[in-house]
Design a protein around this ligand. Structure first.
Ligand SMILES: [Zn+2]
Length: 115
């Protein structure tokens, strides 16, 4: 059974009325949907696109998994092996383990991008 994570994923909000585009952290889980009211002008016809939670960067001999949202950060905090190496916020992963990390992230419901 999958655990529902109730943590912030990040959405890009776009308002066609005032032209503002901004990122907003929004809780995941249950049926909560991004607010459709613009934070600038109050218009109700904004659109919200979920941004990636993790970015995978291929650096040849090593891959980096970088958290982009609270959800992505939580995933790394709670799933990384004890001997994991971090470069700043990014976790270093040997290429042969990258597929496993991606599978685990997908199963946890994260959205990813590959750089
Ligand atoms: Zn607006």
């Amino acid at each position: 059974m999958m655990t529902t994570l109730i943590l912030g994923a990040t959405y890009r909000i776009f308002c066609p009325d005032c032209g503002q585009s901004y990122d907003q952290g929004i809780l995941e889980g249950f049926s909560r949907v991004p607010p459709l009211t613009c934070g600038y002008c109050g218009a109700h016809n904004t659109s919200a696109t979920r941004l990636p939670d993790l970015r995978f960067e291929n650096h040849g001999t090593v891959g980096l998994v970088r958290p982009l949202s609270q959800l992505g950060q939580h995933f790394l905090d709670t799933t990384h092996p004890e001997d994991a190496q971090f470069l700043g916020q990014a976790m270093a992963v040997e290429p042969r383990y990258v597929a496993g990390v991606i599978d685990a992230a997908v199963e946890a419901g994260l959205k990813m991008e590959v750089a």
